[in-house]
Each structure stands twice: as structure tokens, then as C-alpha cells.
Design a protein around this ligand. Structure first.
Ligand SMILES: [Zn+2]
Length: 217
């Protein structure tokens, strides 16, 4: 049985408290993973049949179960807090109080309005007070929240807030550039535009030179 860690609970609680959690129902949590996998595949089979595809075809026959597994284990694995990354937080014994910045974190997410890929990059920084965190964990937290049906604005705020709570500091900044394939492939069919969201708090908000350093580096 997979367990929800203390850090995962802290993350979820703060998002619920601030009204920033994804709209997730509780009742499906009890269905066993294998059972859920098959139920989703069954519905995908139906959708594909309604699109007039011949599901007896060699190439198509396993697509429903393949998509189902991909949803549960990969694209939407961030809906399940038992998949929250294992976090190691350390006391800031060396009193490091400079900006720590992680650039170009690859994010692949899914637009919740169209169920189509949004992908891009995030740059995340913090200035520690009492806690420091392993750098790869920042990437993993960002990627956990990306692995959900999302809107970019909510994703940006979720990552910021969760890092603030885990690191016990307001001093967190994030900027995300993303390409929305629902904009590229349909609707306005704009191939070039990308969307930028940012959120800066604590010293990143109040101190102009720190803000400039964040955007410049
Ligand atoms: Zn969309």
C-alpha cells in the first residue's frame, strides 16, 4: 500500500486552504488501480468506436489500455498524492541566504479544457531562511503538479505555494513559459505564441534588485 508522506499532506492542506487545489473528487480513491485501469480502457474503447475506428485492427486494439495506463501512471499521476516526490528538507545550518535558482525545468502538462498537451519550462528560485531542499526536488515537485489536467495559472501558484510551505519562507519566485497545443492545433491555430505566467513573493516582490537578478540570470 502506497503511503502519503507528511510533506505531501502539508502540500495538499495548503492548497485546499487557499482554494488552489485541482477539483479532485474523493470517492474514486477507493477503486483498486487495476480495476480503474480497465474501467478507463473500456470507456476509451467506446469513444474510439464512436469515432468509427475499427478496434479489431492490430495497431489500434491495445490503444485503450495503453492510454488508460498512460493517464494513471504518467500524464495524470500527479492526481494521486501517494506519487508526491520524497522530499528531504535540511536545516539551513550554514545560514545560506543568497538566491538559489533552478532554470529551465522541463514541464509537460495537459490542458484541462481540451485534454491536449501543454509543455514548456519553468524557472524557480528561492532565498532560504530556515530550510533548504535538494535541488532536484524542486524539479520533481513542479513536475508532480504538471502531471495533472491543468491550467497554467493554477499550476504556477500551486508550485509557488507548496515550495513556500515546505521551505518555510515567503521568498519564492517562479516563471513558466508554455506552449498550448490546444492553441496550436485547433481554435486560432496560432503556431508561434507561448504563454508566460509568473509569481513572485517575499523578497522577490519587495526588493527590486532581487527581482531583477531573478529575471536576468
Ligand atoms: Zn486548452
Amino acid at each position: 500500500m502506497k503511503k502519503i508522506t507528511k510533506e505531501a499532506n502539508m502540500a495538499r492542506d495548503v492548497l485546499l486552504l487557499k482554494g488552489l487545489e485541482n477539483p479532485i473528487l474523493k470517492e474514486y480513491n477507493d477503486i483498486k488501480e487495476k480495476e480503474r485501469e480497465l474501467l478507463i480502457a473500456k470507456h476509451l474503447y467506446k469513444i474510439m468506436s464512436l469515432l468509427n475506428l475499427d478496434l479489431k485492427n492490430e495497431s489500434l486494439k491495445d490503444t485503450p489500455i495503453r492510454i488508460s495506463k498512460m493517464y494513471i501512471n504518467e500524464l495524470f499521476s500527479g492526481l494521486d498524492y501517494t506519487n508526491f516526490p520524497k522530499i528531504m528538507l535540511m536545516d539551513n545550518k550554514i545560514k545560506f541566504n543568497e538566491m538559489i535558482i533552478v532554470r529551465d525545468i522541463l514541464l509537460i502538462s495537459t490542458c484541462e479544457h481540451h485534454f491536449i498537451t501543454i509543455n514548456g519550462q519553468a524557472t524557480i528560485a528561492y532565498i532560504p531562511e530556515n530550510k533548504i531542499i535538494g535541488l532536484s526536488k524542486i524539479n520533481r515537485i513542479a513536475q508532480f503538479y504538471a502531471k495533472r489536467p491543468q491550467i497554467q495559472e493554477r499550476l504556477t501558484k500551486q508550485i509557488l505555494l507548496v515550495l513556500q510551505v515546505l521551505l518555510q519562507t515567503k521568498n519564492v519566485a517562479i516563471v513558466i513559459h508554455m506552449d498550448h497545443f490546444c492553441v496550436k492545433a485547433r481554435g486560432v491555430r496560432d503556431n508561434k505564441s507561448s504563454t508566460v505566467t509568473s509569481c513572485l513573493e517575499g523578497l522577490f516582490k519587495s526588493d527590486k534588485s532581487i527581482r531583477e537578478e531573478f529575471f536576468k540570470k
